[in-house]
Design a protein. Sequence first.
Length: 1017
Amino acid sequence: MITTSRMKTRNIILTISSFVLCILALRIGWFLYFNSPEHQTAANGIADFRQEPLREDKTVSLNGEWRFYPSEFIMETPSQEKGVQYIQVPMNWRAALDPADQTAVGYGSYRLTILLPEQEETIYGIQLNGFDAFASIYVNGKLINKENTATAQPGPQVKKQGPMTAIFSTTDREIDLVIQVSNFNSIHSGGLKDSVRFGLQSAIVKEASFSQAMQLLVSMIFFLHSFYVIAIFLIGKGYYKKELLYFSLLLALNGFILLIDDHALLQLPVANGLYIKVLFVLLISLLLVTLKFINVLFQIKSAVSKFLYGLFIPISILLLTTQLLHTALMQWFLIIYGLCIAIQLIIPTLSSIRKGNADGIFILFYILCFISNGAWGTAIKTAVVNIPYYPFDYLFSIMVIALLLFRRHMKVVRLHNEQHSKLANADIQKDIFLANTSHELRNPLHGILNIAQSMLEDNASTLSLREKRNLELLLQIGNRMTFTLNDLLELNKLEDGRIQLHPKPLDIQSLTSGVIDMIHFMKNTSNLTIASTIPATFPPVYADESRLVQILFNLLHNAVKFTDGGRITIRASHNQKEAAISIQDTGIGMTKEVMERIFDRYEQASETGQEGIGLGLAISRQLVELHGGRITVASEFGKGTTFTFTLPLSEGIQKETALPATMAAFKQSFHPVEDKTAASAQDAPSGGSLLIVDDDPVNLKVIGSLLEGSYHIATAESGAEALRMIGSDTYDLIISDVMMPQMSGYELCKEIRKHYTIAELPILLLTARNQTMDIHAGFQAGANDYVAKPANAIELKSRVHALLTQNLAIQEQLRMEAAYLQAQIKPHFLYNTLNTIASLGELDPSRMGKLLHEFGNYLHRSFHVDNTKSLIPLDDEFELVRSYLFIESERFGNRLEVIWDVADMNGVYIPPLSIQTIVENALHHGILQKTEGGTVKISVTQDEQSHLITIQDNGVGMEKHQVAELLSDANKHQYGIGIANTNRRLTQLFGKGLHLESQVNIGTTVSFVVPVRASIQ
């Protein structure tokens, strides 16, 4: 009937109506079963039961007219009926007690005469239900109750909560019943507000016991459910949501309220007034916990709900510490507060139902049960009806929430089972696919290896050294691929149970030494040491030789892969039955989460960025278990890892040396890779300079062999090493693997792009993955192109050639354009200089000659062919600057002062026209903007690593925003392209550009650093 699809309004109304009718029918049925129609039994202060004998299983009510004596305690019939009134029972005595003030605070006496048939001594009982005041019950002038007796003065009395029951025996046919009542807590209601039940002792006890038993049963059910719900939450912490926590609290609150309300099975040792306040606070808490549960269940974040939560603590403090509970203002406030909570309960529930969320129906059922229980409880307390304790509203509320949570749990379980089934099927299909693929690849791979081996052996005398190395490398890569395929086939055999072991006594020490020799090709750094501490006297183990080699190789391979530097140690110990072999490394270690799944198939520590398919450790575990041993791992993240496996010892059998064909087969796959040395300048080709970055030395060798005949080749085995090399040398193209430890190819791209644009230094990424998301990530990081591994030789060469050709053309064009722009002389400078020369021709021919000489030198340096180079000697630049300043000094005379603080700078190289551009800017935009002129200071300081060149003026200075604009190409039309262009060229060449400091009316300082390495250019 309830589905998760959008429900129609009619169906929703029908469902809700059916549930309401159901709980209403059960309540009415309960009422009819326990209550026959009762008429008013008391009239004019007399209840006559002479014609209707009392039943042993049912009580009667003493409803009707009672005599009432306000503000007076009587124990028997007064001598005079002065001041007597008649009052309806049950009813609030407020109007009768004090007609003027209409207050319910005070005391008084109720009196009723009960007429009984003639009988022997019989035991009767009287019960006051829903009574929250104090009363003294007198029968024929004798006090028959000992608790909760009435007093004429207020006081902090501790009242036993729940119905008041009094038992007495009599043979009289007429009973004079007097009930003294006092109320000093509630100003709005008091007196006998509920029915007074009368009957035989058996009937009184039966009804009270039944109600108490039902109340206790429901309370225990609440507590039991609360216990197992919180247990599930705590046991499954992290898997179950907070809704279980709030549901458990909801159940516990319900159970506790049931114990202290109605029959008050649990008595709190507090005064009556405080008892009522505590009950009110608990009821408010129950509403708020229900609201919180619904908000968590439906993931609702409401500011109104937070406001209602925030009011709880101040309301609770006011209720518990003051008498505001009995004021009309506080009662109205509590009513409004409760309505707000109810609205917050109902609105999101109905909204959820309208959206098609079937869970909302269960919550609505819970709310309806809550409302039903509250409404009927109010009717019982106000004596509208009188029935024994009704448990089903509470039980239904538990059931609907439990069904909701069970339904949600089953949905999760069903989804889990479906996903598990799909994953299991996908896993099977993956294994089948990999096994089939391995079989299909094996034959053509063997063909390639056989042809290569044949060429190497048959043409050994005619092949060049380079050709031999390429063929050997081809065989090495092919053999490595063969072992990968073999791993896949081995896994398939292990799954099918087709692995056959041929155990024999083996010398673990010699076998381990052979595996270490095999694995040494992966030793990428000088500080990585692989050592075995197994003594030659170690007893032989009983194992399959080839499988033990495979286990050791896989574990050592894993240790080397995750240990960039440090030490790998192989140890062994033994007892009487088995040996324990440990491979300990000082690598990166692993977390507990990774340790728990490290032996699973296709599993790797993804944090490391290493490539692979994650079969080695899974195969090793299964092979160890086939030998009857076990394998464990101990690791601490950042400190290293230790793998330990056990094997049975060989008892009484001669041990054998273990260097058979299996070891040789492993060695064939991994020839040590020789380090690449830099080619000399005279032997290097002129096609461009390449930097190849890969953490795998075999990949470096392969790519280098493909490209070394046409380009300068340099290699780096990590991103950090590549950045250091880029900072010290110049390259035309970077070829980088994507998946590398510590710094990935993506991160390397981002670091390079901080200093070089896509046009200035192209990057070609290599990776085994070529999905759309990987390609997009590469381009986002700043790559120019992308090649999937294994790279086709023709494709790789074509892409490298295209990128280099494009880059070299762009750089050549930029150099020529920069030289052309730098060599331009502004027309007004030429015009002014020529005018100065003409003027000096008449006034001072000697000075004119010097000026002509410097002007000629200036033109020569400006148009010199060296301006097309990226770097020129610093002395040449200074000659140009001196000529320029001499010309300007002749023009401006005393307005221009020049200070030189320069030592001999032989061997230092800088970009052409860089200092001249800065000096020209200092003159025309700095000191010459002032009427009195100023000073330009040019200085060079040096240390062991760099030269600091500084141009300082005391001109007009600049604002901070002008400093930023001066270095920006966007403002070249305003400031000219010189400064921005110089800054860009310095950044490209030296990694750092211009440093500007300026203050308005004080001056400007421009400096830049030239590394010492620039002196070798």
